[in-house]
Design a protein around this ligand. Structure first.
Ligand code: 5GP
Length: 197
């Protein structure tokens, strides 16, 4: 997605060879117009897949997921990272190690909101080593629902998350794919997935 790549080049800050900061439009301040375009793009890519629900993880997955939900006309559920007094009913849980925070969280969603006949689109802001996505897949599978695909705003293709997910036979659609973060610069890739493996 060209507009997203341009925005990353313009506003992204390369913190290291492994971490990109996009606090100016996605992870802290959020650009609603860009999120709307992102949602529209996810919806177009999964338009023919009979998606009935979107599942994401708090907090940075919520904005793109809600916009995709708007265009696909489905409800959006976000997994919580902390137990909450108001989230005490039957839960589906999984353990997720956070790439940026280097801590492990128990993530959970209520059984009430994902059912076995759902066709789920999982959405997240970044894909690095795939831990967040694998945790969400785990939760969706526990509900008996079908993981129809994964939508990622920014995939760091030099890390192994995308390959892991594709090895599971899951379709991954990433709107921007980064080949490298070297010398403070973002390099994108448009290669076919097979060429990268
Ligand atoms: P994974 O679970 O795939 O290893 O990492 C994905 C999660 O870690 C995302 O939910 C995202 O919040 C965070 N993350 C991973 N890499 C980056 C990065 O380079 N920048 C930012 N801002 N977040 C990242």
């Amino acid at each position: 997605m060209k507009r997203l790549e341009e925005r990353i080049s313009q506003d992204g800050q390369v913190l290291s060879e492994h971490v990109l900061k996009v606090d100016r439009f996605l992870n802290h301040q959020i650009d609603p117009v860009l999120m709307q375009e992102i949602g529209k793009e996810f919806a177009a890519r999964f338009a023919n897949d009979g998606i009935t629900k979107i599942v994401t993880i708090e907090s940075s997955g919520i904005a793109p997921a809600v916009m995709a939900g708007l265009y696909l006309n489905v409800q959006v559920v976000f997994a919580r990272k902390r137990k909450s007094l108001t989230l005490s009913e039957d839960l589906l849980t999984a353990s997720v190690h956070s790439f940026t925070k280097n801590e492990t969280n128990e993530i959970s969603i209520s059984k009430k909101y994902v059912h076995k006949d759902d066709r789920v689109l999982i959405i997240d802001d970044f894909l690095a080593n795939g831990q967040a996505a694998l945790g969400l897949i785990d939760i969706v599978k526990q509900s008996g629902a079908h993981v129809t695909g994964i939508g990622i705003v920014i995939e760091k293709s030099f890390q192994d998350g995308a390959a892991k997910l594709r090895q599971l036979g899951i379709r991954v659609e990433s709107l921007a794919r980064i080949a490298a973060l070297t010398n403070g610069k973002v390099t994108f890739t448009h290669k076919q997935v097979e060429e990268l493996v």
